[in-house]
Design a protein around this ligand. Structure first.
Ligand code: RB5
Length: 153
């Protein structure tokens, strides 16, 4: 599994912690930036990393801003992305089991490093339950399709 990493300045510090943790777990990643604490705009990084997932260059993503809110909103504008902002382990587990989330969003200014690592581990290891949840994921994709075809008119 190859992970796309993205952050703004608010998530930069935690992104480095998560990179070290992924190294420990032996999980490959591509870091789409940002690469310093200089102020930047989170949609730019969400877009680059989300595109890599949609092109199949990476499998899933971990996106981090100050709260995780902005970067998850931006990521969810990319068709096919299901970004889940998780502040606890239960949400991380359910975002995989029920929502088949392909992006985990974290708030670098909200949660502690050890909790973030536990959330990441749970999220990486938990599979999608499938079954009735497949239908709901399909309905989300249908909503996207409706709006994409509206724009093409
Ligand atoms: C940047 O100051 C901050 O607004 C950003 O990291 C994020 O929290 C937005 O949702």
């Amino acid at each position: 599994m190859k992970i796309a990493l993205a952050s703004d300045h608010g998530g930069f510090r935690l992104k480095n912690i998560i990179k070290n943790y992924l190294d420990e777990l032996g999980i490959e990643y591509v870091d789409f930036g940002t690469y310093s604490e200089e102020s930047v705009d989170y949609p730019d990084y969400a877009l680059k990393a989300a595109e890599s997932i949609m092109k199949g260059e990476t499998d899933r993503g971990i996106f981090i801003c100050g709260t995780g809110i902005g970067i998850s909103i931006a990521a969810n504008k990319v068709p096919g992305i299901r970004a889940a902002l998780c502040y606890n382990i239960y949400a991380a587990e359910m975002s995989r089991r029920h929502n088949n989330a392909n992006v985990l969003a974290l708030g670098g200014r909200v949660i502690g490093d050890e909790l973030a690592k536990s959330i990441v581990k749970t999220w990486l290891e938990t599979p999608f339950d499938g079954g009735r949840h497949e239908r709901r994921i399909r309905k989300i994709a249908e909503i996207e399709k409706t709006f994409i075809s509206e724009q093409e008119k």
